[in-house]
Write a protein that binds this ligand. Structure first.
Ligand code: UDP
Ligand code: MG
Length: 315
């Protein structure tokens, strides 16, 4: 029996790019079937992440035209990571392996051949890794690479220059399903699941059409904790306040030293003022960081569903 592959693709407001890339994924599945690597029951599953444009309609049309294309839609926008997870959980019991990839054509579809080969040779996890980032702007490249370094430094086990283009076996998916956390960050979770893994290298292209959903602001939010939530924003503001006070205290320190040098203070005043200013700033920063974790715990205790599928193109 040949293994069944599902290519899982999250889509959010992708009406410009889907008509171009949608068919390419189906062609890839057909090609892999034709060379005898995967079973004829292999499919492409598009996950519409609550798009506000015609994306879902396009997916339904594609599903009507191509037998190997299926689609599910989430009841609202839940973000990239949740959309990928929704797709993976949807297919975990009916496939042997999955490959997740973005729908914008930036990740080289042809790397899938090598990924499937690695799977056939016994790997359960195959990471797609960008060999270079020429097509990204200098700024995106620098911030992204800096981000990986910071994550590593904090002790998070992530694969350098690997995004969410990866092959996972159904064995891994079944274990991943046991990770019940609400704040999901697949890049960090997959290495925790373990199993035999390897990497396949590819060159990243420009987006085929449409625009990135990761503007600077979103990139920073992702870099900060992966997922933001309205209910923990006040805590963030405390942290912002802390930074502001820390900055002001720096000015305060200089000011108090100047006043001291001018000689019109009582002794001990300068050091007292400096210490109070400085420490209160630091304390607020610390509260903010602690609050961040409490916010996360708050969200985890509610244990709300990570995604809700409202429609499917099949059944
Ligand atoms: N995406 C999603 N939900 C979102 C934002 C993005 O499912 O809320 C999808 C998007 O359709 C794409 C992938 O996640 O397939 C990556 O997004 P994008 O290409 O905008 O990010 P970048 O490649 O610039 O990091
Ligand atoms: Mg992209």
């Amino acid at each position: 029996m040949k293994p069944v592959l599902y290519i899982v693709i999250p889509c959010y407001n992708e009406e410009e790019v889907l008509p171009i890339t949608g068919k390419l994924f189906a062609d890839k599945v057909k090609y892999l079937v034709s060379v005898g690597k995967i079973s004829e029951g292999s499919k492409v599953l598009f996950v519409n992440d609550g798009s506000k444009d015609r994306t879902w309609q396009i997916i339904c049309d594609l599903a009507g035209q191509e037998e190997c294309i299926e689609g599910v839609t989430l009841s609202r926008n839940r973000g990239h990571q949740n959309a990928v997870l929704a797709g993976l959980m949807e297919v975990k019991d009916k496939c042997d392996l999955t490959i997740t990839i973005d729908c914008d054509g930036q990740d080289d579809i042809n790397a899938m051949d090598a990924m499937v080969d690695e799977y056939l040779q016994g790997c359960d996890v195959v990471y797609g890794v960008r060999s270079k980032r020429d097509t990204d702007t200098f700024f995106k490249r620098a911030t992204a690479e800096g981000y990986y370094k910071v994550l590593k430094w904090f002790g998070a086990d992530v694969v350098f220059n690997h995004a969410d283009y990866r092959l996972l076996s159904s064995r891994v998916l079944k274990e991943l399903a046991e990770f019940k956390e609400v704040n999901i960050y697949l890049r960090g979770m997959v290495p925790l699941v373990g199993f035999k893994s390897t990497s396949v290298y590819y060159e990243r292209h420009e987006r085929q059409a449409g625009e990135s959903h990761y503007p600077l602001r979103k990139m920073f939010a992702l870099a900060f904790d992966g997922i933001t939530s309205l209910s923990i924003k006040p805590i963030r503001m405390i942290m912002g306040l802390g930074f502001m006070i820390a900055l002001l205290s720096f000015v305060g320190v200089i000011w108090s030293v100047v006043v001291h040098l001018q000689g019109n203070t009582v002794s001990g005043w300068t050091s007292m003022t400096s210490i109070i200013c400085f420490l209160s700033g630091i304390q607020l920063i610390c509260f903010g960081v602690l609050g961040e974790y409490i916010g996360k715990i708050y969200l985890e205790t509610k244990a709300r569903p990570r995604f809700i599928i409202s429609e499917r193109t099949y059944e």
